[in-house]
Ligand binder design. Structure first.
Ligand code: SF4
Length: 317
């Protein structure tokens, strides 16, 4: 369905990029005002699946009271094991695109009025103009939340550069360094080089120190996430080595053990199970040996805590 250009306060440059979409490395050149015909299937509307308070992020991201997370539907990757598959797939049941811009702002400000201080944009790579419109509008009506860009890192570095000054905290995944693996698991052969360049740009903007307030809430900086996949410890160790060599061991890392097999991969030879404790500990040891000292590791039962149901109003309750 065509999207009315007047309903979201886009800048002219955003209208141009959405009309001939080169927002992400796929560069489909789709006219997103005329439906979702590009690889991500997202049109120029809000593409929001859920806006809710989320307390399950890292302690510095959720803060003591939770973060107002905006979960965008659709994605520019197609990870076979996607933990948010209910909203990320082109045919996902809970994609939801019914929320208009004004209602999205109302939902966010209602949450901020309850004392929540941060707004997280989850899976934003294919909807950066929408992210900018939300931030500018919130600022224009007096709200200055901490902004968190929670991305798979399949972002063009020029687009990350365009966010300089708007985003306070970058929360990028660094999934793989082996192109064959990123092609097989996420449908993107060039993910490693794209993610490396995007994260370097984030690092250039923020440096390695994750600045927090007196309640431990991240206010500025970068926190790199890596999800350890069962059977792929060598890849996890290569990712950590790449961060140590290309970026800095002073950067904060969130090493995640929370992987669980969704229905799509229950029968996969490696991905059909959760992670063994010995696998996770082996990667933690490598992280320590490389000299990383800042960040978070997870309990082995954390996979029990991340089972969102996006058919509910509050997917995590
Ligand atoms: S954001 Fe979507 S439509 Fe635009 S280039 Fe990327 S995959 Fe294609």
């Amino acid at each position: 369905m065509p999207v009315n250009r007047l309903t979201i306060p886009y800048e002219q440059s955003d209208i141009e990029i959405l009309s001939d979409c080169t927002l992400c490395p796929r560069e489909c050149r789709a006219d997103r005002f005329n439906g979702g015909t590009g690889w991500c299937r997202a049109d120029a509307g809000m593409n929001i699946a859920s806006i809710c308070i989320h307390q399950g992020e890292e302690p510095s991201i959720s803060g003591p009271d939770g973060i107002c997370n905006i979960f965008f539907s659709g994605c520019n990757l197609r990870c076979i094991y996607c933990q948010n598959h209910e909203i990320s797939r082109p045919d996902a049941a809970c994609r939801g695109n019914s929320i208009c811009f004004e209602d999205a702002i109302k939902a966010i400000t209602n949450i901020l009025d309850r004392g929540i201080r941060a707004v997280g944009f989850v899976s934003p790579s294919h909807v950066v103009p929408q992210v900018k419109a939300i931030i500018k509008t919130l600022n224009s009506i007096g709200y200055k939340p901490i902004t968190v860009y929670n991305t798979n890192s399949y972002d063009r570095k020029e687009i990350i550069r365009s966010l300089d000054g708007m985003i306070d905290v970058y929360l990028p995944d660094y999934k793989y360094v082996t192109p064959e693996l990123s092609a097989e698991f996420s449908g993107a052969l060039n993910y490693p080089e794209v993610a490396q360049a995007a994260i370097r740009e984030m690092y250039y903007q923020k440096g390695s120190v994750l600045q927090t307030d007196n309640e431990g809430r991240a206010e500025r900086g970068i926190l790199i996430r890596h999800l350890v996949l069962p059977g792929y410890l060598a890849e996890s160790k290569k990712v950590l080595s790449a961060i140590a060599e290309d970026i800095s061991t002073g950067i904060s890392i969130s090493l995640m053990s929370q992987y669980y097999p969704t229905l799509n991969v229950r029968k996969h030879k490696d991905l059909g199970r959760t992670l063994h404790r010995s696998e996770y500990e082996s990667v933690v040891n490598t992280m320590e040996k490389l000299g990383f000292r800042n960040g978070w590791i997870q309990d082995m039962d954390s996979h029990m805590n991340y089972r969102p149901d996006f058919s509910r109003e509050h997917p995590f309750e």
